[in-house]
Design a protein around this ligand. Sequence first.
Ligand SMILES: Nc1ncnc2c1ncn2[C@@H]1O[C@H](COP(=O)(O)OP(=O)(O)OP(=O)(O)O)[C@@H](O)[C@H]1O
Length: 696
Amino acid sequence: MPAGDSAAQEASRQLALAAAHEKAAADARATASRYGVASATEQRTAAALAPLAAAGYHLLADRQWPGSRRAQVDMVVVGPGGVFIVDTKAWADVTIAADRIHRGQEDVTDDLMALADLAYRTEGELAEVGLAPGEVHAVAVLAGRSGVDERVGPVHVVGDRDVLRQIARRGSRLGTRQVDAVLARCLEWFTHVAGPAPVSTTLPEPVLPAPRGPVLLVDDEPLLSEAEVQRAMLEGLMAEPVEEWMAFLHPTQARIVRRSYNGPARIRGAAGTGKTVVALHRAAYLARTREGKVLVTTYIRTLPDVLRQLLTRLAPDVVDRVEFAGVHETAKRILDERGVTHRIDGRQIASAWTAAWGKVAGGSIIDTDRHEQEYWHDEVSYVIKGRGLTRWEQYADLPRLGRRHRLGPQQRRVVWLLYEAYEKELRDRGVHDFADQISLAEAELRREPPTDRYTAVVVDEAQDLTCVMIRMLHAFVGDAPDGLTLVGDGQQTIYPGGFTLAEAGVSVAGRGSVLDVNYRNTREILQFASLLVKDDEFADIEGSTARGDRPTQVLRSGPKPVYVRCAGEADRQRRMVQRVHEVVAEVGTNFGDVGVLSLSRRGVEAATEALKKAGVPVVNLEKYDGVPVNRVKVGTIKRAKGLEFKQVLVVDLVASWITEKADQLDDVDRERRDFRLRELYVAMTRARDGLWVASI
Ligand SMILES: Nc1ncnc2c1ncn2[C@@H]1O[C@H](COP(=O)(O)OP(=O)(O)OP(=O)(O)O)[C@@H](O)[C@H]1O
């Protein structure tokens, strides 16, 4: 090869090398400038958050992005207000609209979704120590901005002047013990970044100029004045602390809240095991993670108000995406929206029943002194209408689940005639009863299925619902994943009309979860109440005859329940008033912590009168909506479903109800006894600390 050729080759090699160096230099400069901005803005966020350390927060910096070898999390903040995964963005020209975020023309929403995904995975990790999912927050901080308070999906977008206030205002949701548990888990989950990535030595290291001091702020403006910092911190300190269960759960509960069920699911557990707690957290979780509204419903009309109050404190961010309504209210809304006329008129309904009874049943073989008319009314309302029966053949040999008193063909025939007559009387008066309201709504939803009215339906105290009610609620969501969640306890079944989910067209096979730690009652109260139902069997909605779930753990203990045998009604009222005065004299117990419960309305009236006469402030449970009020709550046991009180007084027991032997009773009395004892069991398990039962 001629010498000139090799010189030319070497020259071009050198030129190529020089070009490679130039390119490497340009790349390094670009990276450096990115790091420069990032570190300056991150430092600014860190400076903004620093005052949180004085309020029990831990600021974790330089943490690895779990699951990624290179990416880092700017800052993880763990403290009384929960866990915040903070990512600072040095983005100019940011606009947020319709759940998307743009940087100039560029849609950078996906960038934030990576943060959302990390928060979601972190929720799962921290559920293992019991942290409720709503306590993990993804926060994107816009450097140099203030007055920003937006959401892009699950990510909270704030300015760096706002971030302190946004975190501090969460207040005190976790105690020190819980913060420690969460922190320990976070330190494992977000590992410390070991050191810088190895540097390639192919190119000679450049000689760097001496540093001219750290770059701390993007601009010279101070981030927040001392007064602003104090104001932000004070807001958090003034916020009322939430109850423990609102932020911290048993790991089993936390896992169930987030569990994905590929269709309708059932969550069961004995009284006081946190079913309502899980139902509320799950509703919030579903509202947070899905588009659309979540319905929380139950049979008792007044309970949804109480649940709404709780969710307002538990998950204020999503409370407006969760609808609370009793099943009848839900049916009414559908009928009103769809223009289906229906008229409910209590007086007309009662008169239709009386007329039908008089025409068909009075003096017949079902009109005996073994049953009050109420029994047959329940047979029509719950067993026939509740199960949606419209043809005699359906009823003729129907297994009447949960109703022990067997009916022969003749009796059934009369019951059916009574039903027919009652329906005619209702129609003649132009009215519907409450069971009609449900079946009309169910038929309407079947006729024209709703497209996206609710993304999920969560039913609390599901054992109280009739078959048609379940069908109606199922129609909202069908078998969609996580669509229908039924939460309840068959042991607390106090209405007749048992049915199986198969009959309602719902399958929860393989999608069941059980809670088994009692958080509410003391061991002593639970032992006392459980005696009532120790040999009880009930028709379970999953199709078997079941015995109640028993908690494997009862966390609290306290004084033994008090059972008093009174000389008569007057003596009972006197002792009841005395007991109320005794318990409110205890430290930490007020009138508002006391529930006086009765099987009958008559018992409620008598107790109310006696308490009022003694100057004790009372509120009827029918009027109680969960807003704390310092009055003794008086009501029927049915109204007390799902509620709890520090002190419970059960005021209209008859001694023989407890002592009578089940095997010495016939079917009629046995059935009556089963329902009565289950109802008393519900009453007694409302008590957290103290139980007082009076009989005559
Ligand atoms: N993880 C928890 N930590 C602390 N308290 C809890 C927890 N879970 C539940 N509780 C408390 O236990 C009590 C019972 O909870 P909840 O009302 O949800 O039970 P439930 O199973 O729905 O009861 P029931 O069926 O008898 O109505 C409530 O006071 C609740 O706050």
